[in-house]
Design a protein around this ligand. Structure first.
Ligand code: CAA
Length: 261
């Protein structure tokens, strides 16, 4: 296995690749070297023949306290613009075809909140501390927070969060639909996240990737184009072996043995 400085990788359950952000002294602040390692680990899990679902987490205290403020402080416009600062964070959403579950405990602020929002499924503890506090630093979210939060919680609430920098709890994240589930403790969060990851890992890889693709398209397309796109992908799955296997197993009351073909 690769060795990293700011993250850890493991395979805690069959088919589940876990990435743990591990920069405890800075509450997992997302420096460029950390993001580079994260992208490397994600791509390697995406290419791995054994990994089928990815779990991204931090520590009990902090998922991530944002982009690295000390790294950003001296940046100039021309440096940020010409190096496309922060753009590499998006490879999480554009390059990775396997589902990514975020398990969020503690602080998920600024870029940490945005990173969690980029994942395919978000789970958190009730006491997780989400927020976009960039306004307090004289700036605004830069990794999609204003766009993804607006879609998740509506414009008015997103505006309030972005303009006041006020945080929201994991419980609120769940009630607002930002998080799919919230848990009473870190242990329950990790167990629940691993269970879901394992469940997904047990399905056909082709169908899972297609499911991820069509749901994510809903965030970009209008309803008419989105439904049409979904139907096209649905039609294409009749070309997979696993569709035949799954439906035959149903008729024969047997467990499907997926081939990923
Ligand atoms: N960047 C760099 N270092 C950070 C950091 C960050 N985002 N967040 C925390 N740290 C560092 C602190 O500087 C501190 O380091 P030192 O021990 O060397 O002083 C260490 O982590 C521990 O932090 P605190 O002592 O502040 O811990 P706390 O428990 O008292 O407070 C906190 C926790 C409320 C999360 C507080 O650290 C905090 O407010 N952090 C900044 C949150 C923030 O503003 N995030 C948005 C960043 S901007 C952004 O993300 C832009 C974007 O959209 C991409």
């Amino acid at each position: 296995p690769a060795s990293y400085e700011f993250i850890e990788t493991s395979e805690p359950r069959p088919g589940v690749g876990q990435i743990t952000l591990n920069r405890p002294k800075a509450l997992n602040a997302l420096s460029t070297p950390l993001i580079t390692e994260l992208n490397t680990a994600l791509l390697s899990f995406d290419r791995s023949p054994t990994i089928r679902t990815i779990l991204l987490t931090g520590s009990q205290k902090a998922f991530a306290a944002g982009a690295d403020i000390k790294e950003m402080a001296p940046l100039t416009f021309s440096e940020a613009y010409t190096t496309s600062f922060i753009e590499s964070w998006s490879s999480l959403t554009t390059a990775i075809k396997k589902p990514i579950i975020a398990a969020v405990s503690g602080h998920a602020l600024g870029g940490g909140c945005e990173l969690a929002l980029m994942c395919d499924i978000l789970y958190c503890t009730e006491t997780a501390n989400f927020g976009q506090p960039e306004i307090k630093l004289g700036t605004i979210p830069g990794a999609g927070g204003s766009q993804r939060l607006s879609r998740a919680v509506g414009k008015s609430r997103a505006m309030e969060l972005v303009l006041t920098g006020k945080g929201f709890s994991g419980r609120e994240a769940y009630e607002w639909g930002v998080a799919a589930r919230c848990f009473g403790s870190w242990e329950e969060l990790m167990e629940g996240s691993l269970k879901t990851a394992e469940t997904i890992a047990g399905y056909s890889k082709v169908a899972v990737m297609a499911g991820k693709e069509v749901v994510n398209k809903s965030q970009d397309l209008g309803i008419r184009d989105g439904v049409e796109f979904e139907r096209r992908v649905f039609h294409s799955l009749f070309g997979s072996e696993d569709q035949k296997i799954g439906m035959k197993a149903f008729a024969e009351k047997k467990k499907a043995e997926w081939t990923d073909k």
